[in-house]
Design a protein. Structure first.
Length: 494
């Protein structure tokens, strides 16, 4: 029975990806997401010998691109992405269900899964992001953290060391991918650390810190070795850490109420945990769950004010939403008489319900629009004209000259649609990357002049605000084709 249930929960996660991940699911023909297509392209490129940051400029960490390469190793293109999404979504579902069953009945654990995925439909965007793919690491850390915090007896040192090392491994993955995606993990680390301090187990805390660093080292060493042997360590550090830190405080997308509304789960979780505190005091496991929520809500809220507030960015809040659902259902079903036995209890009961409904109401309209959009993608194949135009543009270039194509702001989709790899280091997000890094701006022009590509494919060059670039294009290239996809330039014959 347990194995059958495990399989059913895992499949549930895969079904969610199938119906919601519009940029990779087989249900959505010719639907390519800009970011998703680029990530899988880098994965294919790694398998072909390209070195991230040295051959292809980006700011995402190498661990993320290596995971993309794993999917491309088995299946090239969108379906390789779908494979790793299913693995991650299935693992996340299993871990959340496992956590829920420690507090709730089997049926209510399924209710948690259903409600958990409601905001996820919208936040997933089109799929294939660090927040989505590495969510299982956050849930695994939460499971370990709750096991420690809710234990009646003190955990043995061997278990603490193992958990600390595993959390170090998880932290290493986030450090070498996108550190804000690990906000729930870092909240767990803080909760466990403060728990050890409160129990005056300072020696174990020091040991855990050392094993945590060991876990990070186990991720760091192979990554450093990979880039050292390929002469690209400096490139990796510059892109991932120097520019990554700069980007996290650059605020390309400015603060807005939309940003704050997408973080609504954080203050709601905090308030619900405060309201229901009295009804968790007699249960060590429930008390631990509430404590973790109280720690996680402000940590996640603060960390998610770093970076750019794209929709998928807030997937990182969802593990907290899952914990909140578990707490509310457990208190409402286990402490219902105590809750409704006094005016104060009734007020807290009603207040908690209103707060949870606020979250559902906020996400209702975005989720409805996302469902309609996905249905239209399936029924009407709304992206098919774009894909057809991109293939037509590519077909105009002679096969023997396709190694002389530069894709400059051509849309990340171009590579996946035509099953090719980039010939130029700077090919995506050029305006922003050149704004962020002055050295990249210089190298971009140097490589363009040095390589003098025969063909340039683009969706539009006006957004590249570099006078010398615009002058170079005007003097050396002519538009030879234009369609719904974009523009094709050919170098002028001398």
């Amino acid at each position: 029975m347990a194995l059958l249930e495990f399989f059913a929960v895992f499949v549930w996660g895969c079904i969610f990806v199938l119906v919601a991940a519009s940029w990779s699911s087989p249900l959505f023909k010719d639907s390519y997401g800009y970011d998703s297509a680029w990530y899988s392209t880098v994965g294919r490129a790694i398998l072909s010998g390209y070195v991230p940051y040295k051959d292809l400029f980006d700011l995402k960490g190498p661990a993320f691109f290596f995971y993309e390469a794993l999917g491309q190793l088995f299946i090239k293109g969108r379906h390789g992405v779908f494979l790793i999404q299913c693995i991650s979504a299935g693992a996340s579902a299993v871990l959340l269900h496992r956590i829920a069953k420690n507090y709730l009945s089997r049926s209510l654990s399924w209710v948690v899964l259903l409600l958990f995925y409601f905001p996820y439909i919208y936040l997933l965007w089109g799929g294939n992001t660090t927040e989505e793919l590495f969510m299982p690491l956050n849930f695994a850390a939460i499971w370990m953290g709750l096991r420690f915090l809710g234990a009646e007896e003190a955990a043995d040192r061997a278990s603490l060391r193992l958990d600390a090392c595993l959390m170090g491994l998880f932290a290493g993955v986030f450090i070498y991918s996108k550190i804000t995606s690990g906000a729930p993990l870092f909240a767990v680390i803080l909760a466990v650390s403060t728990g050890l301090v409160r129990k005056k187990r300072l020696r174990e805390l020091l040991e855990c810190a050392l094993f945590f660093l060991l876990g990070i080292a186990l991720v760091s060493l192979p990554i450093f070795a990979y880039f050292i042997f390929r002469g690209a360590l400096r490139d990796m550090i510059h892109c991932v850490f120097v520019l990554g830190l700069k980007r996290s405080t650059d605020y390309y997308i400015s603060f807005s109420m939309e940003w704050e509304r997408n973080l609504l789960i954080c203050p709601v979780s905090l308030l619900v945990a405060v309201l229901l505190g009295k009804y968790t005091a007699g249960d060590a496991k429930l008390k631990a769950l509430r404590y973790l929520i109280l720690i996680s809500a402000p940590v996640i809220y603060l960390l998610l004010h770093l970076g750019s507030a794209y929709t998928y960015y807030f997937i990182t809040v969802l593990p907290l939403w899952g914990l909140d659902l578990i707490l509310v259902l457990r208190v409402f079903t286990g402490e219902f008489k105590a809750l409704t036995g006094s005016r104060g209890g009734i007020a807290k009961f009603v207040g908690s319900i209103i707060l949870m409904l606020l979250v559902m109401i906020f996400y209702f309209d975005p989720v409805r629009h996302k469902i309609i959009e996905n249905i239209e993608l399936v029924l009407y194949e709304t992206d098919s004209d774009y894909v057809k135009a991109a293939r037509e543009t590519f077909s105009l270039i002679p096969e023997w000259e396709r190694d002389r194509i530069y894709n400059i702001e051509s849309g990340f989709k171009f590579y996946e649609i035509n099953k090719i790899l980039p010939n130029n280091k700077y090919s995506v997000n050029i305006p922003y990357f050149l704004h962020l890094d002055g050295d990249a701006r210089v190298e971009f022009m140097e490589l363009l002049i040095k390589n003098s590509p025969k063909w340039i494919v683009t969706e539009g060059l006006d957004i590249i605000d570099i006078p010398e670039f615009q002058e170079y294009m005007f003097r050396n290239y002519t538009i030879v084709a234009e369609n719904d996809y974009g523009l094709l330039y050919r170098r002028n014959e001398r």
